[in-house]
Design a protein around this ligand. Sequence first.
Ligand code: PRP
Ligand code: GLN
Length: 236
Amino acid sequence: MKKIFKSIANSANCLADVLFPPHCLVCDSGLVLGETDVCSTCLSTLPTVNDDYSPDSLYLRLSIELRPSFVWAYLLFDSKNKTQKILHAIKYGDAPDIAVRLAMIWTDRIRESLVEADVDLIMPIPLHKSKLRKRGYNQATKIAEGIQKIVPIPIEESVLIRKRNLFIQAKSKRAKRFENVKQVYAIQHIEKVAGKHILLVDDVLTTGATLEACGLLLKNAGAAKVSVALLAMVAD
Ligand SMILES: O=P(O)(O)OC[C@H]1O[C@H](OP(=O)(O)OP(=O)(O)O)[C@H](O)[C@@H]1O
Ligand SMILES: NC(=O)CC[C@H](N)C(=O)O
C-alpha cells in the first residue's frame, strides 16, 4: 500500500514538473535535471564572505563580552544580491530545502575546523511558536540540520526559547534592533548548558543583536564556550 502511495506521489510530482517547470530561485532560468531550487551557475557564483569580504568584521560586530570561540559565515548578504534572494526564499518563500543544501556545501568546506572546535550542541536561534506555525519550519533549524548531516553534532531546541513575538529585526533600524531583543529570548533546562560548547546558528546577521542576546543568555547560564555559525552576514 505504502508503495502505491509513493508511486502516486512521484507521478504527481513529475506531472507538476511538466506543467510548471521549476525555475532557479535566483535567476529564474529553467532548472535542468539534477538541479533543485538554485541553478548550478548561481550556486557557483554566490558571493561568499571569505572571497569577497574579511571574516574579521564578523568578530567586530559581536561584543567582547560575548567573545565567541569561533565565528563562521558563508555568504555575503547585500541588498538585492543573490544571497538576499535565496534568504528571502528560505524565509518567506517556503523553500527550506535550499537552506539544508547550502549548509551542507558550506559545512563540507569548514568540516575540519568544525570538528576541531569540538562543539557539544547546536542551537538554532528560535522562532516564536506562532511564527513557527505560520512558516512551517524554523530556517535556522534547517541550516542546523545541514550542518549536522556533515558533522554529526546533536541539535538542541529545548533550551533557547523565543517568548515574545513583538518585533521583526528585518524591519527595524539599527538602534531599535538592540532594544527589540531585550526580553524576547529566554532559556530553560539550564542543566543542559553547563560546561558545554554551544554553536549558535542563524540565517543572517546584520547588527549582531540577536546572536549577542542569545549568546549572553547561554554564557550567563554556564556555557563554557559559545560559537556562531551563520548562513549569511550583511556587509557593513
Ligand atoms: O543581527 P540582527 O540585527 O539581530 O538581525 C538578524 C536577525 O534578523 C532576522 O530575524 P527577523 O526578526 O527579521 O525574522 P524572523 O524572526 O521572521 O526570522 C534574522 O533571521 C536574524 O535572526
Ligand atoms: N533580518 C535582516 O537583518 C535581513 C537583512 C535585510 N533587511 C533583508 O531582509 O532584506
